[in-house]
Design a protein around this ligand. Structure first.
Ligand code: CTP
Length: 386
């Protein structure tokens, strides 16, 4: 449909970006981006009006968005080139050809397009060898100035490399290292650094991405006195597993961003971590840091009895427990997980109704009785027959 209107208007339209890469790689992606050679806003107005779809447009950016009745959103942009006034700046835009539009992008694997204009529908367009690089599993920039124009691409390079298990091309790697050495990340807009780091920590392959950030000294640049020692590596690996454990066993949606940040900064005094979190707009994460530091001392001496360990962790928030279980010695975190699992089963053990059926009159004592039973259960003094 879009292709028909494009043809009629004398425009050409292309599906571009991550979705084309992911179609080629057979991965799921629902972000539909369309580039229009001509005028995206004019095309969207016609397309949306003919179909009675909702739409928005931004004259200044030459972009528009249509929302289909299913809720699916399609982004449109007029093919453009971008002019960066200084490294990391939000760029100025001018109309251009599809080739120029694709040339301004970060990596070759992101430059594939599929034409959807009616008379050439379905043709794959590959000006910059994106297909070859997907096949060779390599991340490559398109031109020498790429990281200088946009230092945030340093973070994107390791994110894509980690996500797909790709390597970073030789020349690209050299330029990336140079860009890091030149401290370019420190002049990038902090909001964009926040976005990229957040994406990275939410990726399934977050740990791989962190290793790459370490290898390329990106973390050393962003975080004061960063050290990647065996302890940190262990914490990060265990954190990855703990996130899965807490999400699957305990149905708790883990704040991955705050947890990974803490895994990278637990060595720092709280006020230095806070400075980082504020600078990069992660102030929400402060709470996890604060809580971790406030309870960490409780684990200097670990009690023998599970019921006593339970009293220590009872009021600690799940996100803090996620981190504690990654940070404390493995045998303690195993005991904590054991206790949390038992706590999940607690309802199946005995409830106030059971006490009523035993002929007891409901009273505030019930809670104390049930608590006492649970503690004995934790220590194995009572078995669950259900
Ligand atoms: N892009 C770029 N430089 C950036 C950010 C984005 O060149 N600093 C380009 C990329 O080529 C990308 C497109 O803009 O394909 C859209 O960006 P984004 O939605 O962030 O990338 P996706 O490839 O869709 O990434 P993801 O799979 O993580 O959604």
């Amino acid at each position: 449909k879009i292709g028909v209107i494009a043809k009629r208007s004398g425009f050409r339209a292309y599906l571009v970006g991550g979705i084309v890469r992911d179609i080629v790689m057979k991965r799921k992606n629902l972000d539909i981006d369309i580039i229009v050679e001509g005028d995206a806003i004019e095309l969207v107005k016609k397309y949306a009006k003919e179909n009675n779809y909702r739409y928005y447009y931004f004259e200044e950016f030459m972009t528009a968005q249509v929302t289909l009745p299913s809720g699916l959103k399609i982004d449109f942009a007029t093919a453009r080139k971008e002019i960066y006034e200084y490294p990391g700046a939000y760029p100025k835009v001018r109309k251009a050809s599809i080739k120029e539009d694709l040339y301004r992008r970060d990596f070759t694997i992101n430059t594939l397009a599929i034409e959807i204009t009616e008379d050439n529908f379905g043709t794959l367009i590959d000006f910059f060898n994106g297909l070859r690089d997907i096949k060779d599993k390599v991340i490559r920039i398109l031109h020498q100035l790429s990281f200088i124009e946009d230092p945030v691409r340093i973070l994107r390079a390791v994110r894509f490399a980690g996500r797909f298990g790709f390597k970073i091309g030789k020349m690209t790697e050299r330029l990336l290292k140079l860009a890091v050495d030149e401290n370019l990340l420190l002049v990038a807009p902090t909001g964009r650094v926040n976005t990229e780091l957040s994406y990275s920590f939410n990726e399934e392959k977050a740990t791989e991405i962190i290793y790459l950030m370490n290898r390329y000294k990106i973390l050393h640049q962003l975080i004061p006195e960063f050290v990647f020692d065996d302890k940190r590596e262990e914490v990060i690996n265990r954190l990855r597993d703990m996130i899965v454990t807490f999400e699957i066993f305990f149905g708790h949606k883990v704040d991955r961003v705050a947890n990974y940040l803490l895994a990278l900064m637990y060595h720092l005094p709280l006020d230095i971590s806070y400075q980082f979190l504020e600078r990069y707009h992660f102030s929400n994460g402060k709470q996890l840091f604060k809580l971790f530091f406030s309870v960490k001392g409780r684990f200097r001496k670990i009690p023998e009895k599970n019921s006593e360990l339970y009293m220590i962790i009872k009021n600690i928030k799940k996100d803090v427990l996620v981190f504690l279980c990654s940070y404390l010695p493995a045998e303690i975190s195993e005991r904590i997980i054991y206790i949390l699992k038992k706590e999940e089963e607690r309802k199946l053990l005995i409830t106030g109704n059971d006490l009523k059926e035993l002929g007891l009159k409901p009273s505030p004592l019930f809670k104390e009785i049930l608590d006492e039973i649970f503690l004995k259960y934790l220590d194995g003094e009572i078995k669950n027959r259900r």
